[in-house]
Ligand binder design. Structure first.
Ligand SMILES: Cc1ncc(COP(=O)(O)O)c(C=O)c1O
Length: 444
């Protein structure tokens, strides 16, 4: 498959083999979230955003596996160094501080220690120097919460309307997007909620979401000494997704971000940012937080890193051993290597600039297409969203795109996410946007 010339080529999707495989899979699998008839055949050709399904259809994948495949399929920047890696057993290692290297003091392929070193480098502008690795995004957030509770001895956590932080019992207590995530489950107590002021070119004066009112904000009133309902000394963490993911690719207004930053300074709050979906170059900066006027104390990352990571200043972490741990607390050697190589590739190949430039092109093309039933096109870098008038319009557009060989994924109520790989080319942007526009118009 030649990345410079390949195009989606679909006969029927899902084809017969895909239907059979999906039904075979569901004889064993608990119902989850991924509900396409798309079955990737990883023994068949795949490169960049292109892959082949079980029926031989060639598809263009603009989901990047919800951001967890940041460099596309079979990227040589990941695969070539890994080719030097001799498979060993075990690949998952027993605990964060089980020390391992792949080649003495100067290993050819970075492992968990190499990933931590790179993460410290990538967060040094926030003064962070310490990492706890885990397996998933939920674990990264869960451990961020744990260290914040431990560090501050506070009992309150503050979350945002529309938030999604994972599916463990701890993280789901912070979720404020779809009720399906939380219904009937017990929750950790003392979680307060603040509105999340989504950017509609609004300012503090024009805000309609309820975060700003008169000359103050919900959060400011919550924490106001004497009149507020939460004592700032009892706040363990304010937890924010710099861009809300599952909640609908909601980007905060600049004034919201500035108010969060100001209140964190005024009240000495521990700000935990959930960069599980938005981090590692997706928005054209290493962290989506880098776009905004707040300074995180703890970053939770995962997806593009292939393992979970909780990053903070050393003093925010407990000193006592066994306060944090997990059998697979370093994720796994291969996952950590992929995460580390991804960070190397982002730097070496200027992928932040590529994400910014290609993302801008995509936004402009989508806006210029002036598509029927589309109410908004937004995004930073390659974290892009198209919002429709209704959920039905969104579902129809996703199905029509799939039929043409373009994979997309929904979020929120009526929004489609478009997540090309960070090294997407101009040709691929044009191809993907044309396919998407054609699909939307066909069903509008
Ligand atoms: C912002 C955010 N936080 C946390 C999570 C949970 O990550 P995981 O599914 O790896 O547990 C997700 C997953 O979609 C997410 O988007």
């Amino acid at each position: 498959m030649d990345r410079d010339s390949v195009e989606p080529d679909v006969s029927t999707i899902p084809g017969d083999a895909a239907k059979q495989w999906v039904s075979h899979h569901h004889r064993f699998a608990a119902p989850s979230t991924y509900v396409y008839g798309f079955v990737w055949d990883h023994s068949e050709p795949a490169v960049g955003p292109f892959c082949t399904d079980i029926d031989g259809n060639v598809l263009m994948d603009f989901t990047a596996h919800v951001g967890s495949m940041p460099l596309g399929y079979n990227n040589p920047k990941i695969l070539d160094p890994l080719a030097e890696f001799d498979l060993v057993d075990p690949l998952k290692i027993a605990g964060q501080d089980f020390y391992v290297t792949a080649g003495g003091l100067d290993p050819d392929v970075p492992g968990p220690t190499g990933l931590m070193e790179r993460l410290v480098d990538a967060t040094s502008h926030y003064g962070m120097d310490t990492v706890f690795l885990s397996n998933t995004g939920a674990e990264a957030v869960e451990n961020a919460l744990k260290i914040a509770y431990d560090h501050t001895r506070g009992k309150y956590a503050i979350t945002c309307e529309g938030a999604f932080h994972g599916r463990t019992l701890g993280t789901l207590s912070l979720n404020r997007s779809k009720e399906v995530y939380r219904r009937h489950f017990p929750e950790i107590s003392s979680v307060e909620t603040t509105p999340f002021c989504t950017d509609r070119n609004c300012t503090a004066a024009t805000c309609e979401c309820g975060f700003f009112f008169e000359d103050t904000s919900w959060l400011r009133e919550m924490l106001a000494e004497g009149t507020g309902w939460v004592n700032d000394e009892e706040v363990a963490a304010l937890v924010v997704e710099p861009v809300q993911g599952e909640g609908g690719y909601r980007f905060p207004s600049e004034s919201f971000a500035a108010e969060v930053g100001a209140l964190c300074r005024e009240h000495d709050l521990t700000l935990v940012v959930d960069e599980v979906q938005s981090g590692v170059g997706r928005t054209g900066e290493m962290w989506a937080s880098d776009h905004y006027a707040f300074t995180p104390d703890v970053i939770a990352g995962a997806k593009a890193l292939r393992v979970g990571a909780t990053v903070a200043r050393a003093e925010v972490f407990p000193e006592e051993t066994s306060r944090l741990s997990s059998t697979w607390g370093a994720g796994d050697i291969l996952g950590a290597a992929q995460g580390a190589l991804t960070l190397d590739a982002i730097e070496e190949y200027d992928l932040l600039d590529n994400a910014t430039e290609r993302g801008q092109e995509m936004k402009e093309r989508l806006r210029d297409a002036d598509l029927q039933s589309v109410v908004d096109v937004r995004g930073k870098g390659l974290m892009l969203a198209v919002e429709f008038e209704t959920k039905e319009h969104r579902e129809d557009a996703i199905a029509a795109a799939l039929a043409r060989g373009l994979l997309t994924v929904g979020c929120g109520e009526k929004t489609v996410r478009l997540l090309p790989p960070l090294d997407v080319t101009e040709r691929e942007v044009e191809l993907g946007v044309d396919l998407f526009a054609e699909s939307v118009e066909a069903v509008a």
